[in-house]
Write a protein that binds this ligand. Structure first.
Ligand code: CA
Length: 236
């Protein structure tokens, strides 16, 4: 597993439902997530774990996100960690105050996860190029995660969202064999009940899309074990 593809995000938010939702979505997108439910906890965890990015809610118990942001910036250990402020406020003045306090970006609730993830990747990319590697390569396949674009040998490959997630998972762990159950967990999530056979259907679609024009099949079927992305795979 390439750790560069799994940035560590500290989510600072006291609304547990939102924390759960964000954690689920971020992990699904390849981030590692740690949580803090108030400002003091956030300051401790940030100094100890040195996350790659902090998502900081403005409205927190005890001390405000704004105050936490200033404190993070004053502390040498946490000074350089990128911060995105989350807030229900939408006033221009608040935005300015948020950015003045040292935040790198500012996202107003309600937000879409897609939008938030795009901002997170942008902030990470600015903070440390290479950290949020957005183009995966394997053999003649390239996968641009930001643009949601897949190409093989220079031509565009059109994938449905499920096939896209499957391929991304394979590209992030080339050569590794995943069982149908593991793929279900990663691609569909733990909370969804899907027949393991469904995986076969989507693998078939993925192969069909990738192997247009008789290209070599890079997806290996491992009998009774599962599937892998593998350059050793041959046309079968
Ligand atoms: Ca809050």
């Amino acid at each position: 597993m390439r750790s560069a593809l799994q940035p560590l995000v500290l989510v600072v938010e006291d609304e547990t439902d939102l924390v759960t939702l964000l954690t689920y979505n971020f992990e699904r997108e390849g981030f590692r997530v740690i949580c803090a439910y108030d400002g003091d906890e956030a300051l401790l965890i940030a100094a100890e774990q040195k996350p790659d990015l902090i998502l900081l809610d403005w409205m927190l118990p005890h001390r405000s996100g704004l105050d936490v942001c200033r404190q993070l910036r004053r502390t040498p250990k946490t000074r350089d960690i990128p911060i995105i402020m989350l807030t229900a406020r939408g006033e221009e003045g608040d935005r300015v105050r948020g950015l003045d306090s040292g935040a790198d970006d500012y996202v107003t609730k309600p937000f879409s996860t897609t939008e938030l993830l795009a901002r997170m990747r942008a902030v990470l990319r600015r903070a440390s190029p290479g950290m949020a590697e957005e183009v995966l390569r394997y053999g003649d396949i390239t996968m641009d995660l930001a643009a949601h674009r897949v190409r093989r040998d220079g031509r565009d490959v059109h994938l449905g969202p499920t096939e896209f997630r499957l391929l991304r998972h394979f590209m992030q762990h080339p050569g590794r064999v995943f069982s149908r159950e593991q793929l279900l967990d990663v691609v569909w999530g733990h909370d969804v009940y899907v027949e393991p056979r469904t995986v076969d259907v989507h693998i078939r679609r993925l192969r069909k899309a990738l192997n247009d024009q008789n290209a070599i099949d890079l997806i290996r079927t491992v009998r009774s074990a599962g599937y892998a992305l593998d350059a050793q795979a041959t046309v079968s």
